[in-house]
Design a protein around this ligand. Structure first.
Ligand SMILES: [Zn+2]
Ligand SMILES: [Zn+2]
Length: 56
């Protein structure tokens, strides 16, 4: 098992309703999402909750 200190990296989330998360910048790929093809929003949360997806 890898037990190295994991530094929380920035990640990118979709605010359109699909709750998609990507490690890299991009656009939402969910066809049914309100933000389909819209840019993901950078998030740097450390708890995996993405601030409850309530980014401005
Ligand atoms: Zn989406
Ligand atoms: Zn997050």
């Amino acid at each position: 098992m890898s037990d190295e200190n994991k530094k929380q990296e920035d990640h990118y989330i979709c605010l359109g309703g699909c709750r998609g998360v990507s490690p890299k910048p991009g656009t939402c790929q969910a066809q049914t999402c309100a933000s389909h093809n819209h840019a993901l929003v950078k998030c740097s949360c450390t708890d995996g909750l993405h601030y409850d997806f309530k980014h401005a």
